[in-house]
Design a protein around this ligand. Structure first.
Ligand code: NAD
Ligand code: UDP
Length: 320
């Protein structure tokens, strides 16, 4: 009998790739999503499979799933700054009430649960690169606080279930991940720059572009998450690609990659935008035997191919 895995946020970017991974590894996948930022298009290719089922459900409401569950991957949450600034209360609720519901379900089913935490728990970090031991520098009441604090609470309640109820828990601190199925207009820098290139618009760099990020290709990320789930390590683990780049240099790379002649224009830096971000992945290397394999050049080529093939209608659809 196949192992059964519940994936929340399954119609989103990471969730849909996780569905593919677990189907490929011969699991029965129970996907759950309320489609607030996701899209059924990302998982429609799985609908015909017997090993796949989909629940359209808001996980901030009581979650019931019949039958046994071996593993839960809790990925439901808006993830792009534009999304969580637009729906701040839902973001707080899905990280808090939603996580509580999923932990309760894991306890009932005696399932192991992995939660999707984030590099945002480090806020605008004063330690570089970020190790799991760093407690972070988050502005609780700033606009991004709704996401960062929801994720920090998510980690705390997960550890409480682990310590108090003996629940098997895993915490992945995910750093900026990219690849096919990101939403073109979700405001994150990679779809933003690629969309601007394809539409012939100028690339909008926020601030002076000296802030850094470290981008991980989705296949690498999914492999790291998979290994973490199957490991026996309950404390947080950074899963990301340590290759750091400034946003300005990244904009220049995109111009080269797309072969277009876009100008770079500068816009104000959003409040509390972290100035630097790079994961220290020593722990993932040691505990999971994992490190990223896909270079930014290769990953960006694949990602660009995906966006190039979107219809004109999708390319020019505005969400904001
Ligand atoms: P996404 O927006 O593409 O996917 C999130 C999914 O969750 C969407 O399909 C959305 O509809 C669903 N969802 C949101 N609220 C829900 C609710 N109340 N009930 C049911 N479903 C709900 O985002 P993503 O990039 O795939 O991120 C997935 C997870 O990974 C999030 O928890 C995010 O915080 C975390 N994460 C992502 C990154 C990244 O770089 N992509 C980095 C750090 C952490
Ligand atoms: N960014 C930018 N132009 C854009 C979108 C984003 O310069 O059109 C910057 C943003 O200010 C941040 C970085 O790119 O410094 C990464 O932003 P993203 O929203 O992708 O992720 P996060 O800030 O959550 O790491």
């Amino acid at each position: 009998m196949k192992k059964r895995v519940l994936i929340t946020g399954a119609a989103g970017f990471l969730g849909s790739h996780l569905c593919d991974k677990f189907i490929a590894e011969d699991y029965h996948v129970i996907a759950m999503d309320n489609l607030i930022t996701g899209d059924l298009k990302n998982i429609e290719h799985l609908f015909k499979l017997e090993a796949f089922e989909f629940y359209h459900h808001d996980i901030t409401k009581f979650v019931h799933v019949p039958g046994k569950i071996d593993y839960i991957l809790h990925f439901a949450s808006p993830a792009s700054p534009i999304d969580y600034l637009k729906i701040p209360i839902q973001t707080l609720k899905v990280g808090s009430l939603g996580t509580h519901n999923l932990l309760g379900l894991a306890k009932e089913k005696n399932a192991r649960i992995l939660i999707a935490s984030t590099s945002e728990v480090y806020g605008d970090p004063l330690v570089h690169p970020q190790t799991e031991e760093y407690f972070g520098n988050v502005n609780t009441i700033g606009p991004r606080g709704v996401y960062d604090e929801a994720k920090r609470f998510q980690e705390s309640i997960t550890m409480a279930y682990h310590r108090f109820h003996g629940l098997e828990t895993r915490i992945a601190r995910i750093f900026n991940t990219y690849g096919p199925r990101m939403r073109l207009n979700d405001g994150r820098v990679i779809p933003a720059f690629i969309g601007q290139s394809l539409r012939g618009e100028d690339l909008t760099v926020f601030g002076d572009g000296m802030q850094t990020r470290s981008f991980c290709y989705v296949d690498d990320e999914v492999e790291g998450l998979y290994r973490l789930l199957l490991s026996d390590y309950p404390l947080p683990v950074n899963i990301g690609n340590p290759e750091e780049i400034t946003i300005l240099d990244f904009a220049k790379e995109i111009i080269k990659l797309t072969g277009t002649e876009q100008k770079i224009i500068f816009k104000p830096l959003p409040q509390d935008d972290p100035m630097q971000r790079e994961p220290d992945i020593s722990k993932a290397k040691k505990i999971l035997g994992w490190e990223p394999k896909v270079s930014r050049e290769e990953g960006m080529k694949k990602t660009f191919e995906y966006f190039k093939n979107l219809s004109k209608e999708e390319l020019f659809k505005s969400e904001h």
